[in-house]
Each structure stands twice: as C-alpha cells, then as structure tokens.
Design a protein around this ligand. Structure first.
Ligand code: HEM
Length: 220
C-alpha cells in the first residue's frame, strides 16, 4: 500500500493493518480464550502481559504530553495501568507483582514501545493507535466474553481494563481520535513509516498470542 495524498491517514492505517487484525483476532489463543475453552489462569496470564505493555506505553506518555506529534494523543481517560493493576490484584491476589513475568515476546514488545516513546514520537503514535483504538473497539467484545466465561462482575474487578469510565461516548471518541490521526503533523514518507510501525505493533501482539498459546495448549 502506498501513501496517497487524498486518503485520510486514519483510513490508510486501518486498511494497512486490516489483514493483521484478522490474524490477531483469529489467533489460536484468542479463539480458545474467547471460545471459553481456557481457564481463568490463561486470562490472568494474558492480563499480566498487557500490564507490561501498558506500563511501557504510559510511562512513556508523560514525557510526550507536550510533543507536537504525539502530544495530542495523550489523554488521561485512556490510561490503563491502574485498571490493570486492580484486575491483577483480583485475578492473582495482592502480591501479584512478585510472580508477574513478561513472556519473551512481551518483553520485546514493551521494549519497542519504550524505544519509540524515547526516540520517535510518531512511532509511538502507531503503538498508541494499535492498542487504545483496539481496546475501545474489540476490547468490549472481549470484556463481555470474559464476564460470561469466568463470572466477573459486569465492568468490575477482572475486566476493569476494558472499562473506560472517562469516555462517555466511545464512538464519538473514536471519531475525534481518527481526526487527530488525519491531522498528524508529519510528511507522507513519515506517515508511511508510522503505518509500517503499526504493522510491526500488530506483529508484536500476534507474537505474544503465539507464546501464550504455547503456554496454554488446549491439549494439555
Ligand atoms: C478477539 C480479538 C479482537 C476482536 C474481537 C476485535 C474486534 C474489533 C472490532 C469489532 C473493531 C471495530 C472495527 C470498527 O470500528 O470498524 C476493532 C477495531 C480495532 N482493533 Fe480489534 N479486535 C480484536 C483484537 C485486536 C488486537 C489484538 C488488536 C491489536 C493489538 C486490535 C486492534 C484494533 C484496532 C487498532 C482497531 C481500530 C481500527 C480503526 O478503526 O482504525 N484488535 N477490533
């Protein structure tokens, strides 16, 4: 896909990652998890992996708040680290930090996010988009399945990660987010690099699913 001056950037990035989105959505681990075929321990392990990724995303966010490219995307109502910590305390117990470990793929993902946050604000936007817009969309499907499969209270402990209390109208929020993407203050070449980074972000997510799938094989 080539960058077109007439295609809005939000369309470009969505279209470019569409195939990988399907791949992530239909990964064995996600399929088994959402199909109710895995125990709550697999869900907890997945949530733990998310914590490492969001910590990198959100530790990096503070320094980027005033950045002309990434700054407009940094919003407190998106922040997920505190919610993940509450979910993990529920899932694993108060001392969850003692046993939390990143899978190799998770460590690589978090490292890439931290690198972008430190050195490449537009690349950070690619990671920001891949996670938060996904959480606001498909995340809601995951929450619903998790509540029904493992009996969490609706929007309660265990699934708080998927609940954006500060966002009253997710559809409107996503619209304004796409407008910000369309207004990304970089040239076409850099936009193409952001699209490539988004594809890389999807690949990093798929790698985490692959390793989770190896840890939780259905045949076990
Ligand atoms: C089973 C897992 C998943 C389901 C059921 C799911 C489902 C969805 C749905 C229904 C949308 C809304 C599309 C729209 O608004 O037109 C969406 C959007 C999105 N998803 Fe997923 N998704 C899943 C996994 C993922 C993963 C793993 C990622 C990446 C980490 C991701 C990233 C995104 C992004 C970035 C969008 C926004 C696309 C855009 O409008 O620009 N999703 N997803």
């Amino acid at each position: 896909m080539t960058t077109s001056a007439t295609t809005p950037f939000s369309t470009l990035i969505r279209t470019a990652s569409h195939e990988q989105h399907t791949e992530a959505e239909t990964s064995t681990f996600m399929g088994d998890l959402l199909g109710g075929r895995l125990g709550v321990d697999a869900y907890a392990r997945y949530t733990e992996q998310l914590w490492f990724v969001y910590r990198a995303l959100e530790e990096g966010a503070a320094a980027l708040a005033a950045d002309p490219v990434a700054g407009p995307f940094i919003q407190p109502e998106l922040m997920r680290t505190a919610e993940l910590e509450r979910d993990l305390a529920h899932l694993r117990g108060a001392d969850w930090r003692r046993t939390a470990t990143p899978l190799p793929a998770t460590a690589a993902y978090a490292e890439r996010v931290a690198d972008c946050a430190r050195t490449w604000p537009a690349g950070y936007v690619a990671h920001h988009y891949t996670r938060y817009l996904g959480d606001l969309s498909g995340g809601q499907i995951i929450r619903d399945k998790a509540e029904r499969t493992w009996g969490f209270a609706r929007k309660g402990d265990g699934v708080r990660f998927y609940v954006f209390d500060g966002i009253g109208n997710p559809a409107a929020f996503k619209r304004s987010y796409r407008e910000r993407l369309d207004g990304l203050g970089v040239d076409d070449l850099e936009k193409q690099r952001v699209v490539d980074e988004c594809k890389r972000a999807f690949g990093l997510n798929t790698a985490v699913f692959r390793e989770l799938g190896e840890e939780f094989p259905l045949s076990a």
